[in-house]
Design a protein around this ligand. Structure first.
Ligand code: SF4
Ligand code: SF4
Length: 386
């Protein structure tokens, strides 16, 4: 088939063997390519040199408190959903040095660490991950002041999505309205197809930058059959969602129930380990620590991720505001699904399911919300029958 430069405004089909060109184009434009790799038994994000480093022939099994990366028989590069890591670690790093201080005689010299602009191209973002980046944009750039560390990384970022062709047992992006179809926030979107012995990617640009990059790739016009296969892949992922969350009226329901006995049931299981906040692509809380080397006359101020499950997170003069696991779990869930709306204009949850999979106690945010709702419905039913 005659190949042509891909057009910016329509679907174009790229052969798997030509995917390396995309990486070459990205590097020629000064981007460091970040993407998924299979490592240590999980899909994680790392810097990539070639598409051959992508997790070919791997799929995943997920359930509450369980994750397994297992071999598949096929050559698919994206036959898995999301692993524990997300682009959050690249855009909002787990640890950042804010300030160095050095003693120079009687004086103290402060060396502020100014965030350097970076050009990161994220390849392989899922729809829920794009939605999570949009949430972090609102949190970290949407108000005053903005976060200079995030801004330096986010402004130069190129977002290349790959649509899900299957959903995991802990996924519920469909009920959060964030996936699995990629609708916004991206520069370029690809859908992987294995059709009639061919390994293809159907690509569509969504920004000027994405269109320019796509135009540099060897591609053919996407056929009607290939377009249909893209729609079928998204429909398959939608139908395969392992979880659902009823969001209607949820903020009000949570606000009405701060003393509900179900919080005690969850707290009896919760280890307050903070795994859920570490893996969550929207959690953004940080703390600041100083490290001092008196002998060398050096001091360093570091910002690092913190968690609302940490004992010290809410320590203020004289005590800890949330000293029990019950109050910490309630705060986390109520913020995610309730007060986040008031604060940032959307839910703080994008339905990726990571907090369910990676909770060692198998605590499930969808089940906890459902328990409150069922109790509420039960009460309303009793009143109706009275
Ligand atoms: S809900 Fe699960 S992951 Fe989160 S702090 Fe509790 S035990 Fe850890
Ligand atoms: S709360 Fe859980 S399901 Fe929602 S975005 Fe965070 S990790 Fe994903």
């Amino acid at each position: 088939m005659q190949q042509r430069p891909a057009a910016a405004t329509r679907q174009s089909t790229i052969e798997r063997k030509d995917l390396h060109r995309l990486f070459e184009v990205l590097r020629a434009r000064g981007y460091t390519v970040m993407g998924p790799v299979a490592r240590d038994g999980a899909i994680v994000w790392d810097e990539l040199s070639t598409p051959d480093e992508l997790p070919a022939g791997w799929t995943d099994e997920q359930e509450a408190g369980r994750y397994r990366l297992v071999r598949s028989d096929g050559p698919a590069l994206f036959d898995w959903t999301v692993g524990p890591a997300s682009p959050k670690a690249s855009l909002h790093p787990a640890a950042v040095t804010l300030l160095n201080a050095r003693r120079e005689g009687p004086a103290l010299r402060l060396l502020e660490c100014v965030p350097q602009p970076t050009r990161l191209a994220f390849f392989g973002l899922r729809a829920c991950e794009l939605a999570a980046i949009a949430v972090q944009d609102r949190v970290l750039l949407g108000g005053t002041p903005t976060d200079p560390v995030y801004r330096a990384r986010r402004e130069g970022a190129l977002l290349i999505a790959v649509q899900c062709g299957r959903a995991g047992r802990t996924c519920f992006c469909a009920s959060m309205g964030t996936g699995p179809e990629v609708r916004s926030g991206h520069d370029l979107v690809l859908t992987e197809l294995l059709e009639d012995g061919r390994h293809l990617f159907v690509a569509e640009a969504a920004s000027e930058r994405g269109g320019e990059i796509l135009a540099e790739l060897p591609a053919t016009d996407t056929t009607a059959a290939e377009s249909g296969a893209v729609q079928a892949a998204v429909a398959r992922a939608t139908a395969g969602m392992g979880r659902t969350l009823e969001t209607e009226g949820l903020p009000a329901l949570l606000a009405r129930n701060p003393e509900h006995p179900h919080w005690d049931v969850t707290a009896a299981r919760c280890l307050a380990c903070g795994n859920c906040t570490s893996v969550c692509p929207t959690c953004f809380c940080v703390t600041t620590e100083d490290f001092t080397d008196l002998a060398a006359g050096l001091s360093r101020r570091v910002r690092r991720w913190d968690s609302c499950f940490s004992v010290d997170f809410t320590y203020i003069h004289g005590g800890n505001v949330r000293s029990s696991s019950r109050s910490r779990y309630r705060q986390w869930l109520t913020h995610k699904l309730g007060s986040w709306h008031e604060q940032f204009g959307s839910s703080g949850c994008v339905g990726c399911g990571r907090c369910i999979t990676w909770c060692p106690a198998g605590i499930d945010i969808t089940e906890e919300a459902r328990a409150l709702r069922q109790d509420q419905r039960g009460k309303e039913g009793s009143r109706g029958n009275a």
